[in-house]
Design a protein around this ligand. Sequence first.
Ligand code: ZN
Ligand code: ZN
Length: 347
Amino acid sequence: MRVEKRKLMDTAAPNKSTAIVNGRCSNVLNWDDIAHPWAFPKYKRMLANFWTPFEIDMTPDVKQFPKLTEHEQGAYLKIIGLLALLDSVQTDYAGKVADYLTDSSINALMIILAQQEVIHNHSYSYVLSSVVPKNVQDEVFEYWRTEPTLRKRNDFVVGGYIDFAENPTVENLLKSIVFDVILEGLFFYSGFAFFYNLARNQKMVATSTMINYINRDEQIHVDLFAKIFRQVLVENPEYDTDELKQFAIETFRKAAELEIEWGKTVIGDRIDGISMRDLEQYIKFYANVRCNQLGYGYEAFPDTPRKNPMKWIKAYQEVDLGKTDFFEQKSRQYTKVNVQDNGFDEL
Ligand code: ZN
Ligand code: ZN
């Protein structure tokens, strides 16, 4: 069954949506008359998380980058290169999904999500323009084309998006959300681990602060997509099949393999503080967590313990509103730089 685009206006439909896809909704948004009570708290949370790269003073990192080991520098640039591609594609994917949501409140959340991806994307240009010259920045933004491991990994996830973009059916929407949860909830994670490890060694703390803000946004994004996924299945139970479940589990297994291969390439056992064994367990642990968020339990890697094997990351990753942590305090102490553009020269 196809998913139909939301009408710009449906004068005969109620303001409150009748279904998340292929439903009816006038397209007028009244936050006090919405179908899903979780949407408004999520809206508030997304607004409260608002940040921009300009808040982060890169000066300490600019001084520190040349002092990193060659391997650390290489991993730093490769991971930023990877994130840059994923967040670019993600902006467009979120926009496309938004067109098909027949619930004006969930559509509003998706538009904010897309806007946050634009900011994530900007942040990669922002940090690179600070720590490396322009020609290196340009090279990093070509890694998606020039680095084979990265390409293989990204083609995998983007392929799932393209299927939906070119053939928007309920099935392809659901499958693309599996890829989305991989992109936002798994494929960023070895990169996050790398930056948090640098930070706990007092290195590149400004970049890690930014990564932490991105991580915080991504956690909300994954939850939004997982909720949409489960709601579409509630509304269209004929798609809630064992076949879809097996597809999700298999896709998570493949994704974890690719992520581990990528981890070996960029991190390997060559970075102090992260062992490949832990990283592998960490990736499998997250594959299980994400699969479970979609409603499929911990079946991707049933033998993997249900505890985060890299516990130290928690302190860096799980930032909540109202709490200040290491990163928050650090970043708030920074004076805001007033830059007109990315301003490598100005720093
Ligand atoms: Zn993002
Ligand atoms: Zn995201």
